[in-house]
Write a protein that binds this ligand. Sequence first.
Ligand code: CMC
Length: 443
Amino acid sequence: MTTETSQSADGSVSAAAGTLTIVDNRTGRTYEVPIEDGTIRSTELRKIKVDEDDFGIMTYDPAYMNTASCRSSITYIDGDKGILEYRGYPIEQLAEKSSYLEVAYLLIYGRLPSRSELEEWTHLITTHTFVHENIKDFMQGFRYDAHPMGMLLASVGALSTFYPEANQIKDPELRMMQVVRLVAKMPTLAAFAYRHNRGMPYVYPDNDLSYSGNFLSMLYKIAELKYQPDPRLERALDVLFILHADHEQNCSTSAVRSVGSSQVDPYSATAAGIAALYGPLHGGANEAVLRMLRRIGTLENIPDFIAGVKAGEQRLMGFGHRVYKNFDPRAKIIKRAVEDVFEVTGKNPLLHIATELEKIALEDEYFISRKLYPNVDFYSGLIYEALGMPVEMFPVLFAIGRTSGWIAQWLEMIDDGEQKIARPRQIYTGARGVDYVPMAERS
Ligand code: CMC
């Protein structure tokens, strides 16, 4: 609790360890604010007032540059050291040894499953991949060229109307049922959106296949009786899902938590996450990278492009990160996966442009001084393209992987007694008490 402290005659203040001493120069009063986990509670600052009528001090933090909005034990990131861990496990180990469904279990339940638990979890997910036929009809109602991310956003939102019991978020059993459905149905909805865009009939899930293998089947199966995914592509896709599974309080996860804090059902909260991920600065970045590489077109055009970036005309998409200021560990893993995928599919000429662009940027003072390095999206688009995906599908793939993270964060929030409906404050800068002017009298 913040306490007001007294100042001695020489002006020195005796303060307890583990506190922050604040002197309000407007009043000369001194306050001691407790520091816990390297943070102070913003509400403690409200006690700092000039007089009784004063609202108290607020913090101003547009874009949440320095505000922790929750306690979380899901994902740890050290942006300077390039560390990413899910529940304490380094991303490098999970990408090498685990599967997406196991990682989803880890994120959601907080620990690695035993063999039988993983089997049960996999069975649960596999047997909930089908969607109601009306969802299919709903998706068929979209225009032929609808962006698949817009379709995913709408259809995930629509799921809440098929499972009205999902709004009973305090019921742990019902809650877990929706968690299973969300993880299970996301690839189905994503694949339907893709097929719609191609004007192809939707393919129903094949429960004999793995999570990623089934997704590939729903995307690419044509007339064959059984689709056999290439195990290397299946694995590459699984690794991409693992890498995208969670990233602590990013824009879309904050959207899920913020919307979820109103106690709405998890489908609606997840739809909010998808909406946030749709934006070019978040999940749309890999789409933007591919478009950028195509625009650059040849190696000769790179210097002009870089000059344009430095002049502030455009951004080098796939570079820079709010948190990673040294390297993005996911980018390193993806770069390796690119090689594996290209072994199967053949090299994409855009890879040359990407590698050259990276090389030039990493040696350039503009990027070095701003700590701009390739992020997860710089190479993921190349893999997606090699897998035969159109750019519009890139954020959709991101959304499939991120679903387990969103839902783990949502579950954590529901059980967090400190959380309430999210409601930031503002600094009001507009007019006050203005009299209404009838239309005829307006100039
Ligand atoms: N190209 C050129 N300049 C850049 C870039 C870039 N990609 N990113 C940042 N800068 C510059 C920016 O202009 C600013 O320069 P100055 O100080 O001279 O004004 C400085 O670097 C700091 O940038 P910022 O916008 O304050 O940094 P931020 O932390 O707000 O932005 C970012 C992070 C990811 C939005 C940004 O780096 C960006 O727009 N990158 C391109 C889009 C992208 O690849 N997004 C994917 C992010 S990773 C996937 C995910 O986790 O969502």
